[in-house]
Design a protein around this ligand. Structure first.
Ligand code: BES
Ligand code: MN
Ligand code: MN
Length: 462
């Protein structure tokens, strides 16, 4: 029987060129101008699953982009692993900041990736990581080493909230029945510090609109005499956090799960250099909620951030104007036990209540999802841990992430199974940013590690 290391060595160039082809497709789910490309990408994923050895593959239409489903059932007495991933990507802008075009993948060396990294939108999030599973599947089927049943569910709307996937999951429980869900759509601490993501934050995403006068006004004739929506909006936003960077929305922290001293001490053991963190971002200080470390602030604590703000004149030169309207997009990252719908309601009530006279405020919820934490004593976690031991020679560190994959909490609720987050990306891979990339080493290491998860999960599962 061929081993995975030699299989990867033998097929490495093809694994890279296939991924590069996939990355050329601009599957931007947020922008309807790319509708055709998103659908082409879905079909390409379908084809690759078939080629990797799935017995059935299906393009499942939804009200939005299709879900690609594939399966290989070898014995219904054996356990079933459900692999989830997404083929859609974030918009690439600001495009000027890319050193090479986002949909013309190139391999370039970096300090962290001396053996090269693939630069393209979606390289790490999530095409590269999703495709590791397709290639691991190819290895297992072609060498007759698939130890259990496998189902794939690859969606095209993760970056826009997975609304149609949620419906699909609710109405296809039997089809999606599984013993564990496996996802590579997160990161790890460092190439020599493997980690397994044990938590994701929840999310509430809202848009706010502040309206003042019924039309844009001359800022000399009216300035100082009417509420300026942009001034008001920025004041309102500033009030959402106090001097300790504590969120001021009444009730916001009510259900927040507080970690014990012991749990926080355990967390603090994970290797982390504040100096390197600051250097990597060119900042001279970190910033955040008083009383918590950087790693706590971005994982076990809820936060509120403005993601975009606009209004008035932003063109060349100066225009003296008081805009009629001002807008902002605000996200709140949530932690276990906070309910995103409840938080959205609390935000709306509070934001409306702090509006001064002279303006009207509208709050429109976008999307959201619950946070997730998974125990480290589950069979799935143990199997993942053993898989990393086999390929990294080290026991991975459990770590809660600050990012969100809202569908994961829904998987647990609807399918009653645990999700294992085996991410191979690095924080420096610049996901959602210009120059997103994925290390060639990470990509191949992922392909190498996944079959061990299948092996150990099958062995440990009773
Ligand atoms: N893969 C990311 C989430 C992620 C990245 C989690 C790294 C942990 C570590 C996912 O594609 C993503 O970007 N999610 C969005 C939420 C979604 C509803 C748009 C996010 O976290 O902003
Ligand atoms: Mn992702
Ligand atoms: Mn993403």
């Amino acid at each position: 029987m061929q081993n995975i290391k030699s299989y990867v060595a033998e097929h490495k160039d093809r694994f890279l060129s296939e991924l590069i082809e996939l990355l050329k497709m601009p599957s931007i789910s947020a922008d309807s101008a790319y509708k055709k490309d998103v659908i082409t990408t879905a079909n390409s994923v379908l084809k690759s699953l078939k080629e990797a050895g799935c017995d059935t593959v299906e393009l499942c239409e939804t009200e939005g982009y299709p879900i690609i489903y594939g399966e290989k059932i070898i014995d219904k007495n054996l356990p079933t692993v459900l692999v989830y991933g997404h083929y859609d990507v974030q918009p690439p802008d600001p495009i000027d900041l890319w050193t090479s075009p986002p949909f013309e993948p190139v391999i370039k060396k970096t300090d962290i990736h001396p053996e090269g990294a693939i630069f393209a939108r979606g390289a790490c999030d999530d095409k590269g990581q999703m495709y590791m599973h397709v290639k691991a599947m190819e290895f297992m089927t072609r060498t007759n080493q698939l130890p259990c049943n496998v189902k794939f569910m690859i969606e095209g709307e993760e970056e826009v909230g997975s609304v149609n996937l949620a419906k699909f999951v609710k109405t296809n429980q039997e089809k999606l029945k599984n013993d564990v869900i496996l996802i590579s759509d997160t990161g790890m601490i460092a190439k020599d510090v493997p980690s397994i993501t044990t938590g994701l934050r929840g999310l509430s995403y809202v848009e706010v609109e502040v309206t003042g006068p019924n039309r844009d006004l001359h800022s000399g004739l009216y300035g100082g005499a009417v509420a300026n929506p942009i001034n008001v909006l920025t004041k309102m936003i500033a009030q959402l956090q106090d001097e300790n960077n504590h969120i001021t929305i009444p009730g916001f922290y009510d259900n927040v799960e507080e970690l014990s001293k012991a749990e926080r001490a355990q967390m603090a053991k994970a290797p982390f250099s504040l100096d390197n963190y600051k250097k990597a971002l060119d900042i001279d200080a970190v910033y955040g909620e008083a009383g918590y470390t950087t790693n706590e602030r971005n994982s076990i604590r809820p936060t509120l951030d403005v993601n975009g703000i606009w209004g008035g004149y932003t063109g060349e030169g100066a225009k003296t104007v008081i805009a009629s309207k001002a807008y902002a997009k605000i996200s709140m990252r949530l932690v276990p036990n906070q309910d995103w719908e409840n938080i959205t309601e609390l935000f709306k009530k509070h934001f409306e209540s702090i509006a001064p006279e002279g303006v009207k405020v509208k709050v429109t919820p976008h999307h959201g999802g619950q946070g997730y934490v998974t125990p480290i004593d589950s069979v799935g976690y143990q199997a993942a841990s053993k898989a990393y031991e086999a390929t990294f020679g080290k026991t991975p560190i459990p770590q809660r992430s600050g990012g969100s994959i809202p569908i994961v909490a829904l998987f647990e609720q609807e399918l009653k199974s645990k999700t294992i987050l085996m991410g191979f990306g690095l924080d420096s891979d610049a996901i959602h940013s210009p120059n997103e990339h994925f290390g060639v080493w990470n990509y191949l290491k992922g392909i190498e590690t996944i079959p061990f998860f299948f092996k150990h999960f099958t062995e440990l599962h009773k």
